[in-house]
Design a protein around this ligand. Structure first.
Ligand SMILES: [Fe+2]
Length: 458
């Protein structure tokens, strides 16, 4: 018995290495990257020029709108038929805007985007894209009306790609019925890792995520793999494939660019920023965020969640300090406005920070270390979707004080907002064929309940 306890203690000591109270999990899956699955693994749906790559996102600021997007290989009028569940006799029809693009030697299919507004809250709708024998049917449920105590559950995935690991991450998310909408933290297809940015990989990725993205809103954040800036191929306009394929409701939040915007959903106010557009003083993104943060009414949307691709607090050698210049510009505002959580991706592992800030520095005082700050967000790096580039398993040693938990493996997260004060967060590691909750935390809202949270490591 005593021997057994001793053995368990030795095993536990091997699993976690403690430094300064912070935890570096010793759990590691494998260090070699997975290849992208073959193109044939993502066949188009049957039927001549059938609608494919169907995905939806929020279409307005409050959650009564949806944007439905899809691709057809041939030119068709883009038509969506939709109806409230149980009211099949009362069908609505609406048409889409259609676009297409060329990228080097690739020509896209016809990309359709349909905006539907004025839907009922908290209501299931069916919709069909395409017509006649190739019509395909899906459904979604609109979020409840915006309000301070509205429970809502988000999934969180970043840097997904299209490998066997990506597939495991997405399967784990889909097999968990909790997630009602997806916060996607950038780096979608990794098409640009292929010769000539093989844009067929944008198509296969669209087919890959359809099993979730056609049924619930995916909130899109731009990442560096969406830039597709390739002047050597004659492609010198950044973001071309991404912006043609993924439509977002940026004008609803008075943004002038689809690369940064905000939405309200249930009790959350979600701000999407772009790490790869200018954010210095007087730039459009800076000016927008400066006006945006004071608009948030915590009595209506208590939870302020920011999505951006390049992390500000990252203790991995991969992409170390790439987010630093944006942190310097915006962190004082995040503390002033008591942002609850910042999700980032980019680094292909998992990390959760303490509540820290580093905003005291000026050129003469030398104060440039992160300190505990109860008004600061928790920073979560979740670039661990499982893409072709493999795991980022090179953490800085010793673990810095700002880092609460970090682990080099793949997975996804679930954020369950319960009411205005509490949200339960779990990170699910891909563990063989099982999602295993490997990190969890009760978040206390920074406006309504700004107490220190106990963190739980499973
Ligand atoms: Fe990235």
């Amino acid at each position: 018995m005593v021997m057994g306890i001793f053995t368990v203690a030795i095993v536990l000591l091997n699993i976690i290495e403690l430094s300064n109270g912070a935890i570096t999990s010793g759990y590691q899956r494998k260090s070699e990257p997975s290849m992208d699955l073959p193109l044939e693994s993502f066949p188009p749906p049957p039927g001549h020029s059938a609608p494919e790559q169907v995905h939806i996102t929020q279409g307005d600021h409050e959650g009564r709108g949806v944007i439905i997007s899809w691709v057809t290989p041939k030119k068709h009028p883009g038509v969506v038929t939709y109806w409230e569940a149980g009211h099949e006799q009362k069908k609505h029809k609406t048409s889409s805007k259609t676009t297409h693009y060329k990228f080097y030697n690739y020509t896209s299919g016809y990309i359709h985007h349909t905006l539907i507004k004025g839907l009922k809250h908290d209501t299931k709708y069916y919709y069909e894209v395409g017509q006649h024998e190739v019509a395909r049917r899906f459904h979604f449920t609109t979020p409840p009306p915006v309000g301070p105590d509205v429970p809502y559950t988000f999934g969180v995935i970043g840097d997904l790609g299209q490998t066997a690991d990506s597939n495991q991450t997405l399967e784990h998310y889909v097999s968990n019925p909790q997630g009602q909408a997806m916060l996607f933290i950038g780096d979608l297809s990794y098409a640009d890792d292929h010769p000539f940015h093989d844009n067929r990989r944008w198509d296969t990725w669209g087919r890959f995520v359809e099993k979730s993205a056609a049924y619930q809103a995916w909130i899109w954040t731009p990442g560096n793999h969406e830039l597709d800036f390739a002047p050597e191929l004659g492609e010198s306009v950044p973001w071309k494939p991404f912006l043609h394929r993924y439509s977002v409701p940026y004008k609803e939040s008075k943004s002038t660019s689809p690369l940064w915007y905000s939405i309200k959903r249930a009790s959350a106010y979600i701000i999407v920023l772009n790490s790869y557009s200018a954010y210095g003083k007087y730039t459009p993104q800076y000016s927008w965020l400066e006006q945006e943060l004071p608009k948030i009414n915590r009595k209506q949307t208590p939870w302020v969640i920011v999505l951006l691709h390049s992390p500000w607090y990252n203790s991995n050698n991969y992409h170390y300090m790439e987010g630093e210049s944006m942190r310097v510009m915006f962190e004082p505002w995040f503390v002033e406005h008591k942002v609850d959580i910042v999700f980032a991706g980019h680094v292909h592992s998992y990390e959760r920070s303490e509540r820290v800030s580093n905003i005291k520095y000026n050129i003469t005082d030398g104060l440039s270390a992160p300190i505990r700050d109860s008004s600061a967000p928790v920073y979560i790096t979740i670039g661990d979707g499982g893409n072709v580039e493999g795991i980022a398993n090179n953490f800085i040693d010793p673990q810095p004080h700002y880092s609460a938990f970090r682990e080099a493996s793949f997975g996804h997260a679930i954020l369950e907002i319960k009411n205005r004060t509490h949200a339960f967060y779990t990170w699910h590691r891909n563990h063989d064929n099982e999602p295993v909750a490997a990190d969890s935390m009760w978040f206390y809202n920074r406006f309504w309940h700004p107490e220190e949270e106990p963190s739980t490591i499973r």
